[in-house]
Design a binder for this molecule. Structure first.
Ligand code: NAP
Ligand code: HSE
Length: 326
């Protein structure tokens, strides 16, 4: 049997998924017992040149994707809609879904999770901190712990800009341009530099940990666009680094979030997080403090998280289909 895959969105991330399906063909076969074949791709503009073989359907109509009856849909488009409607339809047809779209998932991910039957897997590791397996860690490895605090650098573009400004004396716009060229920034980089992207990721973590989110309008939210060389160099003279930090605290049943730039002393756990890296420190009542760090944006790290999600989903499905494996 062939595992039929579709990709929604063939930009930085979508192309990364295709590259991994090709470059890891044998490894995927070994893990899944079947070949993964990309059969169709959904885009906005079908006139654009795409480096894809002719046999792969490239379309701007979601019906064409569904008519191929894919086993899995990798969703890497932009914005809350039409992605949410598409994934809802996919769930109704028992198609597994894996998404990188944090704008959609922060607002409506819980609806998708509620709607999906046991037979449909939903992967969303790539929505939060790209290559860092924070979702999987919280979901499966810290289940008994009561997590009281999460604090992290959740936007790769902002961290890339702050590092380049402070360490290499680059201007804000020069550093942002580099982040865009490297494929780190959102289609609209306002989301990155005004803190919205980190906010969405924090809300996804909140939903996962506490099955709810703080009231969005009550979360103090500041980005990095107002910061200039003067601020960064002043921090440097103090022996500090300015980092964009998102935090969530759960104390006495009250959930509080904040997203803001902070000037961190060298003793702070997030002080040394450089470039496009993200890091997340999780405090659990049993384990204490655990920090995960790694690439927070970029084509292959993001696509890596999506492929790993799919491998888990497919392996879990195989176990369900063959109870004797348990
Ligand atoms: P991108 O390079 O701008 O690519 C977006 C792709 O989606 C394009 O192929 C575009 O089509 C397609 N698209 C957009 N709206 C569409 C619609 N309504 N219907 C069909 N296709 C549509 O963006 P990206 O960087 O790959 O990011 C994709 C998603 O992954 C976003 O939700 C982003 O937040 C998330 N993400 C990105 C990263 C990263 O490092 N880049 C990391 C984690 C998560 P055309 O090609 O025709 O324009
Ligand atoms: N634009 C996002 C970032 C992509 O820079 O962190 C990863 O979610």
């Amino acid at each position: 049997m062939t595992i039929k895959a579709a990709i929604l969105g063939f930009g930085t991330v979508g192309q990364g998924i295709y590259k991994i399906i090709q470059s890891k063909r044998q490894q995927l076969y070994k893990l899944l017992g079947d070949e993964v074949e990309l059969e169709s791709v959904l885009v906005n503009d079908i006139q654009k040149e795409r480096a894809l073989p002719e046999k792969i359907v490239v379309t701007d109509r979601f019906e064409d994707i569904l008519s191929q009856r894919p086993d899995v849909i990798f969703e890497a488009t932009v914005g809350a809609e039409p992605s949410f409607s598409y994934l809802n339809q996919a769930i109704d047809q028992n198609i597994h879904i894996v998404t990188a779209n944090k704008v959609m998932f922060a607002a409506r991910g819980h609806e998708l999770l509620q709607r999906a039957s046991q037979n449909v897997g939903i992967g969303y590791e790539a929505t939060t901190a790209a290559g860092i397996p924070i979702i999987g860690t919280l979901k499966t490895l810290l289940q008994t712990n009561q997590v009281t605090k999460v604090q992290g650098i959740l936007n790769g573009t902002s961290n890339y800009i702050l590092t380049a400004m402070q360490e290499e004396d680059k201007s804000f716009s020069e550093a942002l341009h580099e982040a865009q060229v490297k494929g780190y920034a959102e289609a609209d980089p306002t989301n990155d530099v005004e803190g919205h992207d980190a906010f969405y990721k924090l809300m996804i973590l909140s939903q996962l940990l506490y099955s709810r989110q703080p009231v969005w309008s009550e979360v103090p939210l500041t980005g990095i666009s107002h910061l200039g060389q003067k601020d960064l160099q002043a921090a440097k003279r103090r022996g500090e680094k300015i980092r964009h930090v998102a935090s969530l605290e759960f104390v006495d049943g009250i959930l509080k979030g904040r997203v803001e730039p902070l000037s961190l002393p060298s003793s702070h756990g997030l002080f040394s997080v450089e470039g496009v890296d993200n890091a997340i420190d999780v405090t659990g009542d049993l384990v204490g403090s655990v920090t995960l760090r790694g690439p927070g944006a970029g084509q292959i790290p993001t696509a890596s998280a999506m492929i790993e999600d799919f491998v888990q989903i497919w392996q879990a499905r195989s176990i369900r289909l063959q109870p004797s494996l348990l």
